[in-house]
Write a protein that binds this ligand. Structure first.
Ligand SMILES: [Ca+2]
Ligand SMILES: [Ca+2]
Length: 80
């Protein structure tokens, strides 16, 4: 017999999945290197994800110290 707490937990997981889908639909930047989920990759996150440290400054075209979605996509296109 399912306990009420189990049902609440399942409901929460479903709600989170809906939120994630909505964020993707809005074109939010989602990358596994973005460990603090602020939609930007910091230098620490970049190197922690084993991305080449020398590439960070190339990718950060506006030099604000963070890689946003468009910057990351543009950088990726230079890597192929
Ligand atoms: Ca981040
Ligand atoms: Ca930047």
């Amino acid at each position: 017999m399912a306990r009420p707490t189990t049902l609440i937990a399942l409901g929460l997981v479903s709600a989170l999945a809906v939120v994630a889908a909505a964020q993707a639909a809005e074109g939010r930047f989602v990358h596994p290197a973005d460990t603090n989920k602020d939609d930007r990759i910091s230098r620490q996150e970049w190197t922690a994800y084993k991305l080449p440290a020398a590439e960070f400054d190339k990718a950060d075209t506006d030099a604000d110290g963070l890689i946003n979605g468009p910057e990351f996509v543009a950088w990726r296109q230079t890597q192929d």
